[in-house]
Design a protein around this ligand. Structure first.
Ligand code: ADP
Ligand code: ASP
Ligand code: MG
Length: 453
């Protein structure tokens, strides 16, 4: 079995959906399960419209949302009444926000879910129109159960078992009915439901994660992430013109890249696949013959030292100095307790016995955490920084690489504020000013990827 996830641009136009159809048709013998994102830019537009609805006139935005979908449906020659029902539901929800002048995290998730719920109807109708037995499914109806952390929900322990049960029974029931062709379920990415039946979302870019959860739950042979680039590159091709496609990369390396900003994969995607040892392929919907990138568990030493570079902008740097009321061990424990208590996830840490620097990418609850930290330490918060991350299994055995990286930064007057090398030794990360991050990535790419043959 195969899970094929198609991102926003891959369902973003009638032509893209036609490509999708051809790609699925070619692999029908592998029993594909399709996971789809919302049409490209729709999630942004839904968020913007919800915020507008709480105060202003949102009718132009709503019109845009309707037209975007209707245009695709028309070009594909389809007639999908379910989409009109969903658009009417969206309008109703926006009206409720307008009347109450209030937008809660819960309502925002409900509204965002319309993007994926509509796109799966379009994709399944198109597959059906080209002779593939297909049906749209909302992920929450096939077991995607999450906690109630709206906007960034996490799946529950029970979810994979439930997903396996539901998908198996869908495929069985349809195999009896449809003898001549595989039944292809098209499932919404990005969304789930909590135990109270409220719709949740898994965080921006979360459809990759949905695909990985589904793939792991059904023990798929492969998880394919179909997107608008031909694989994982040595740097974001939008930043570095000469970025190269990586043929093979390990789960560990790819995980570092994803956590430190490479948007091509949602950071949580790797773990479910890694646990079940399911290969993940990143492929291009607009160039399907390209072999893409394969992500595997092996960490074979390769010739190159640096495999890829990435940066993550707009992070917050927090410096914490103990007021020496606690011993070293008490201090570190207390700091982590506070971050845990306020659900703040830490990206990078560098620490001594009595001081600590760390970075976070979401400021939510930070004020409360700092208030509590100030009882044991002095804290200093610096916003608008960026993390630059250098990744490669080869870093492990290369002496003097850190020296080379930082002298290159020094030569180009890029100020480095905090440095960290993870225990796995496959990455070196450091903090720079936001507006120096891309320059740093370009310089490092030229030095360690382009000139390293
Ligand atoms: P989708 O909508 O298909 O999920 P995304 O926009 O989320 O697509 O991710 C694909 C984008 O990720 C690419 O267009 C590219 O600009 C960006 N990207 C960032 N870093 C990398 C990288 N190292 N390799 C490939 N793409 C990257
Ligand atoms: N549609 C969602 C987003 O734009 C999820 C995804 O595309 O993966 O964030
Ligand atoms: Mg994405």
């Amino acid at each position: 079995m195969l899970v094929m996830k198609f991102g926003g641009t891959s369902v973003g136009s009638a032509d893209a959906i036609r490509n999708l159809g051809k790609i699925v048709k070619k692999q029908l013998d592998k029993k594909p399960i399709v996971v789809a994102s919302a049409v490209s830019k729709v999630t942004d537009l839904l968020i913007e419209t919800s915020k507008l609805a709480a105060g202003d006139d949102y009718s132009q935005n709503l019109k845009k949302l309707k037209e975007k979908h209707q245009e695709i449906i028309k070009s594909l020659n389809l007639n999908i009444p379910e989409v009109n029902t969903l658009l009417a539901e969206l309008e109703h929800q926006l009206n409720m926000i307008k009347n109450s002048r209030q937008l809660t995290a819960e309502t925002l998730d409900l509204i965002q879910s319309c993007g994926e719920r509509i796109s799966v109807c379009i994709v399944a109708a198109h597959l059906q129109s080209i002779g593939i037995n297909s049906k749209p499914y909302n992920a929450y109806d096939i077991g995607m159960i999450t906690n109630s952390n709206f906007g960034e929900a996490e799946i529950t322990l029970a979810a994979p078992v439930e997903i396996n049960k539901k998908i198996t029974s869908i495929l069985k029931a349809n195999a009896k009915k449809e003898l001549h062709s595989a039944h292809v379920p098209v499932i919404t990415g990005f969304i789930g439901k909590d135990k109270n039946g409220k719709i949740t979302t898994l965080g921006r870019g979360g459809s990759d994660y949905s695909a990985a959860i589904i793939g792991a739950a059904i023990n798929a042979d492969e998880i394919q992430i179909w997107t608008d680039v031909s694989g994982v590159y040595s740097a974001d091709p939008r930043i570095v013109k000469n970025a190269r496609k990586i043929e093979k990369i390990s789960f560990a390396e790819c995980s570092e890249l994803a956590y430190f900003g490479a948007k091509v994969l949602h950071p949580k995607t790797i773990l479910p696949a890694m646990n079940k040892n399911i290969p993940v392929k990143v492929l291009n919907t607009f160039e399907p013959e390209n072999s893409g990138t394969i992500i595997l568990s092996e960490m074979k030493k390769s010739d190159e030292i640096v495999k890829a570079l990435t940066c993550k902008k707009n992070i917050t740097l927090i410096n914490i100095n103990s007021t020496r009321m606690l011993f070293a061990y008490g201090f570190l424990a207390r700091v982590f307790y506070v971050f845990d208590k306020y659900n703040i996830s830490v990206d990078m840490i560098s620490t001594s016995e009595v001081s600590m620097s760390l970075t976070i990418d979401k400021d939510m609850n930070l004020d409360k955490a700092v208030e509590e930290l100030n009882q044991i330490a002095t804290t200093n918060i610096v916003r608008n920084k960026a993390i630059v991350c250098v990744v490669g299994v080869g870093l492990k055995n290369e002496t003097g690489i850190a020296g080379k990286i930082f002298s290159l930064m020094g030569q180009h007057k890029i100020n480095v504020e905090m440095i960290s090398q993870g225990a796995s030794e496959i990455n070196i990360s450091f903090v720079v000013e936001n507006d120096e991050a891309e320059k740093a990535v370009k310089l490092l790419h030229r030095e360690f990827v382009e000139e390293y043959q």
